[in-house]
Write a protein that binds this ligand. Sequence first.
Ligand code: PEP
Ligand code: MG
Length: 878
Amino acid sequence: MAKYIYAFDEGQKSMKDLLGGKGANLAEMKRLSLPVPDGFTITTEACIEYLKQGAKLSDTLMKQLYTELEAFSQRSQKSFSSDTELLLVSVRSGAKISMPGMMDTILNLGLNDENVKKLAVKTNDARFAFDCYRRLLQMFGEVVYGIPMASFDKYFNQYKKQQGYQNDADIPAEGLKDICEYYKAIYLEKVYKPFPQEPVKQLTEAIEAVFKSWDNERARIYRELNEIPHDIGTAVNIQEMVFGNSGEESGTGVAFTRNPVTGEAQLFGEYLLNAQGEDVVAGIRTPKDIDTLKGQMPTVYQQFVEVSQQLEMHYKDMQDIEFTIENGKLYILQTRSGKRTARAAIQIAVDLVEEGIITEEEALQRVDIKSIDQLLHPNFDEGALKQAVLVSDMGLPASPGATSGKIVFSAENAKFESEKGNKVILMRPETSPEDIEGMIASEAIVTTHGGMTSHAAVVARGMGKCCVTGCSNIEINVTDKIVNYPGGTLYEGDIVSVDGAKGDVYKGEIATIEAESSEAFETFMKWSASKARLDVRMNAETVPDIQAGYQFGAKGIGLVRTEHMFFAPERLVEMRRFILSDTHDQRITALNKIKTYQVVDFEKILELSGDRPTIIRLLDPPLHEFLPNSQEDKQAVANQLEVPINELEQLIENLNEVNPMLGHRGCRLAITYPELYLMQVEAIIESALRLKAQGIACQPEIMIPLVSTVAEFSILKTNINERIDRIQQEAKESIDYSIGTMIETPRACLIAGELARECDFMSFGTNDLTQLTFGFSRDDAGKFIGEYADKGILAKDPFQTLDIEGVGNLVKMATEQAKAVNPEIKIGVCGELGGDHKSILYFNKLNIDYVSCSPFRVPGALLSTAQCEVEVSHKYAK
Ligand code: PEP
Ligand code: MG
């Protein structure tokens, strides 16, 4: 027969699955002989059974409950019916993982119309007894019968006002007695039944309420958000009451063994005298700093300090401890690992290692990857955020950061306003290369279309700039210069705040907390790097980004997107001249000009990288991305290129594609215009030669994008090698270069073995690979992916987190085939998934050599691969 109930002294901390976090820790504290009020835990299995059996407490459970109550009475020498030794208990839920939103606590259970009088006599304090009763009536009513807390509070406050009482403590016993009567009447009015007088009935109803709360909507939503399984159930803890509200020698409080905000190794907490549990959090009375307790109750304080040190050493982590003092005696009601800010998480992990409490490997497992992201970017002040008015919470967290500024609707205006010294937020339905200067000038970018790999997302992430894409519940109308959102309308110049880590946009300005590096962070990152199996490279092409990436620990560059180098107006003109050329000669002239820019760029990039590998991806945008859209822009381009506007329009029309993402892009461009890639390759090799002449060695790796057939790759590789041979012969020097391909199409995955015979390296472009595997446009999928997640069709947006079954399987298969035929081949991942924690957990298991991501994601990626390794080594150590 299943054992559904464990007395506290039968359990221990390793039994969290069965006893929940709270129950297992209460049992553990009992084992440590800490002053924990006695009690027992009903298991999570009992909860699962209850829900399976259609919300019915089984006979087996009831039998065990009666037996345990009997044993409990024996141990405590108290009972629900005793005149002098009255048993009162608290009932608390406690899942394996703590879950706000589930039913929490009922105190003083066991009181009824008779027992309240006994308590008054026993304590010689009628006021105290009725205060306990009214609290029970209120908590029980809310938790068990769903009577809104406000129904009780409304009456309570009215009563206080009518009688002219300032504080709760001013209400005398008689008053509280009246209040209890009224509360009982609320039961009749709201749920048509009286408050149950029988303590065991109170208990069974409370147990059922806890079980049911596992399935309430809030709890389900919380579990989905935090990826907690639905089938683990919650335990119920029943514990003898101790009273923090029994006079000035009593109190209740919560303390952390270290500061949960800064991580500082100092007790941090607060308490209230003559108060019960919820008073501390209710905010009606202002709690005192735990330090004050030293003066008020020195012995209790000292004992608490010792207990908290003991618990921290025992659990080897910062603890969050709930305590109650009853008539000068300390009781511990709960301990758990304390929630902490990102900054505190790093500080505490490093300090615990330095204090010899945990190992470096354990420290690496203690920090959530999200904390790293938080640390590298400013965040909104939590207090200020609570007051903020939401414009949209439907956006995608495209690039982290938190910032405020004036709304602008065009790149020109963004530049204009920022040159005047104003902070601006660029809001557009989507962005295109023409918006780059505006993006650079803005604090953040918000779009209504596009997903995590849209132009806005990729470019902003590369710049380390805050960005939210796909805010589908707002309309950004750039013509009328307004933003319509569910709560109203915003105009150009209005201030908004953007949280790129959450994908939220708010009205007005919100105070931020700046990112700051610390010694602890540096130490922590060094440990991560030393344990990482995968190399982490960066996707970057500008000097500040590359410098940032190397500072964050990147081992090289995994992707230079060369099309990002044509954003500056003078370069864009030349690119347009090339695209719109009629003849081969015109094209060569335009390319020669572009080459002069590229040589300078590549020289800078290769110099910064030195002997670290640097993958330069040859050009890959759909050509139309470089072309003007608006009539105004077209006229300007016509003037620049000195062609009549109608001729230009015709040229643009000729280049128009129905499906540009599937069109003339990537290596296909070089099949039709070989001189394009040859110009880029010349620029790469010439800049490497220049550096060599200065004694600087570099390692350019030339990458051909969007390959689907071996022939595409071989033709281009032959051309490139011939051109490089010629340059080297002329220069009488050679460069250490390699040529590889991106794997971005499902076909490339299927023939990866064949491709691997031809190339030195390959890199999965998971943005395009996801797009082409699903057939979901990376720019438009945001419109329906949310609904796919809601309906359970897809667990996650596959552009944010690898679709293991489909895209992941293709990556696995291609990697195995490629390494089988060419064990020397270097394989990486350079799409956005290269910086995603969950995706890295998968890549780490494959025979992949590196991942590459935007510079600000490098530390998180390093920690991800380090955490995989630490976990693996633990598995083998066991
Ligand atoms: C990719 O497709 O994953 C990739 C890295 O290339 P881009 O995002 O530039 O298309
Ligand atoms: Mg791509």
